[in-house]
Design a protein around this ligand. Structure first.
Ligand code: PGA
Length: 261
């Protein structure tokens, strides 16, 4: 591992209402407490649906839990007549630290193109949220262009034209591995992460490339997580399905012990 602090982020997607969300966070806190999880060594983030955020934040505050909160999306605007949108300013008020931008489900199911993603990254920077910029290729793109080409193009576009670049995280999630049970090999993930890091170094600077965390995502489970994180290049994981199962997610948070509960 490098000296970048690993980030384990659980993207609940559109699952768990606020009561179920509270129950899961409580159980997760107890389970990680039982195994003496060291949050200073491995950061743990939960990314609930918008309607759960206030409840989860209140619980974290009241019980002094050490989880951090992420949101799954944000508006590119800060306020105004944008029915149904959620502003980064509101997220900020709820102590949200991270926000996913450019998840493949948003790109494909909600038609978010590179311009929208770039504007959302800008909204995150403006409001002191850390965007987790998701990039990844489809199976067809993998076959035609190899694994790294599309993720690099997507990252370039997301980082282009900002007045100021704040802290960000990159999540490499091959589209063909999301929710499918098919995973990239640890070598594939490490190779793409390495190329993404060099492109950050070209696009922004060497210093930023050295401190930026690059995660892998796509069918991560407690049984395969250690392989991904064995590489110096991969600084954490973005977990979908397995983040809804406390035992699995705890096993993932404890990747350093190679334990699955
Ligand atoms: P998965 O989802 O772990 O269920 O494959 C990952 C993601 O979409 O972030």
């Amino acid at each position: 591992m490098s000296d970048r602090k690993p980030l384990i982020a659980g993207n609940w997607k559109m699952n768990l209402d606020h009561q179920q969300g509270i129950a899961l966070v409580q159980k997760l806190a107890w389970t990680l407490k039982d195994v003496n999880h060291d949050y200073d060594k491995v950061e743990v983030a939960v990314l609930p649906p918008f309607t759960d955020l206030r409840s989860v934040q209140t619980l974290i505050d009241a019980d002094k839990l050490q989880f951090v909160i992420g949101a799954q999306d944000l508006s590119k605007f800060d306020s105004g007549a944008y029915t149904g949108e959620v502003s980064a300013q509101f997220l900020n008020k709820l102590d949200v630290k991270y926000v996913l931008v450019g998840h493949s489900e948003r790109r494909t199911l909600h038609n978010e193109d590179g311009d929208v993603i770039q504007a959302k990254v800008a909204a995150a920077f403006r409001n002191n949220l850390i965007p987790v910029i998701c990039v990844g290729e489809t199976l067809e793109e993998l076959e035609q262009q190899g694994a790294a080409a599309v993720p690099i193009q997507q990252l370039e576009k997301a980082l282009e034209g900002h007045k100021e670049i704040g802290e960000f995280v990159v999540a490499y999630e091959p589209v063909w591995a999301i929710g499918t049970g098919k995973v990239a090999t640890a070598e594939q993930a490490a190779e793409v992460a390495k190329k993404l890091r060099s492109s950050i170094s070209e696009l922004v600077s060497d210093e930023v490339a050295q401190v930026t965390r690059i995660l892998y995502g796509g069918s991560v489970k407690s049984a395969n997580v250690a392989g991904f994180l064995a590489s110096e290049e991969v600084d954490g994981v973005l977990v979908g399905g397995a983040s809804l199962d406390v035992g699995e997610f705890t096993g993932i948070c404890r990747f350093q012990k190679h334990v699955s509960l």
